[in-house]
Ligand binder design. Structure first.
Ligand code: OAD
Length: 248
């Protein structure tokens, strides 16, 4: 592993157009559960019953009570961990330009990354289904279920449910950036949800080096990634930064 960390630090130092694609795994060390695997959200809830737009429209109260309310309580207090801070440091060192994230938790922006594409939207804002007004999630209380806008309309998070389109501007920009980068860090994603999981394929086909950071292998590992840095994102990022800028 030490050899691979050295190799990755060298690859990063030799690159100038780096993009990161992140998933739920990068926020696990911030106390946010992932979707798949042990302790994952989809272990408790069937996504088609709770995370599909049709399920939400059919019974918003059920989805708010089971899933969205709990997400709000967790995300309201979550803070960036060493992996988010490490990506922000890679930006301030001039290596990393853009983070494409499947996460809706806002932790990359909180850590200091300035160009974050929220591929699946954002949980920071709620939208009224009736008047379309946007309200900061921090200002929404869970006293009434489902929470409502001042016009009486039901609120929904500004992130996408299954069955909804990726915001087209996010998809187009992510594809273009993936095609132009010379290195992509793929951190904490199971890489099974499309079209996000296709971004590393675009990067690879365009000649970039693709490095995965994950405790487990994924469908990309033996097909698309150049190599896998196996471990928790925070630990791997700390080791990488130690190698890139050793303490004086
Ligand atoms: P998943 O929950 O599918 O995958 C999490 C990944 O993180 C797995 O590959 C884990 O091995 C890895 N992981 C776990 N702990 C980690 C750690 N400490 N450090 C690094 N990696 C770790 O999450 P996503 O790939 O983000 O979509 O899921 C993609 C999409 O599926 C989500 O955006 C969401 C979900 O349904 C929507 O809600 C539309």
């Amino acid at each position: 592993m030490a050899d691979l960390i050295k190799k990755a630090a060298g690859d990063i130092a030799a690159s100038r157009k780096i993009v990161a694609l992140t998933g739920a795994g990068i926020s696990v060390e911030s106390g946010i559960p992932p979707f798949r695997g042990k302790g994952g959200v989809w272990e408790k809830f069937d996504p088609m019953e709770y995370a599909h737009i049709d399920a939400f429209m059919r019974d918003p109260e059920k989805v708010w009570r089971a899933l969205i309310g709990e997400m709000k309580s967790t995300l309201d207090t979550a803070r960036p961990n060493d992996a988010h801070l490490g990506l922000a440091r890679l930006e301030s060192l001039g290596y990393l330009q853009t983070v494409i994230t499947q996460n809706v938790d806002g932790l990359h922006q909180m850590a200091g990354n300035s160009d974050v594409i929220e591929f699946h939207g954002s949980f920071a804002v709620m939208e009224c289904l009736e008047c379309r007004r946007e309200i900061d999630t921090a200002d929404v209380t869970l006293e009434e279920m489902p929470p409502k806008c001042m016009c009486g309309g039901i609120l929904r998070p500004a992130c996408i449910f299954f069955g909804e389109l990726i915001p087209p501007e996010h998809l187009t920009r992510s594809q273009a950036i993936s095609a132009r980068c010379d290195l992509m860090l793929v951190v904490g994603t199971s890489a099974v949800v499309q079209p996000a999981a296709f971004m590393p394929v675009i990067a690879k086909q365009s000649g970039a080096t693709v490095i995965e950071i994950n405790p487990e292998s994924t469908p990309l590992t033996h097909t698309t990634s150049d190599y896998l840095l196996k471990g928790r994102a925070g630990d791997v990022m700390n080791a990488l930064l130690q190698e890139i800028e050793p303490p004086a």
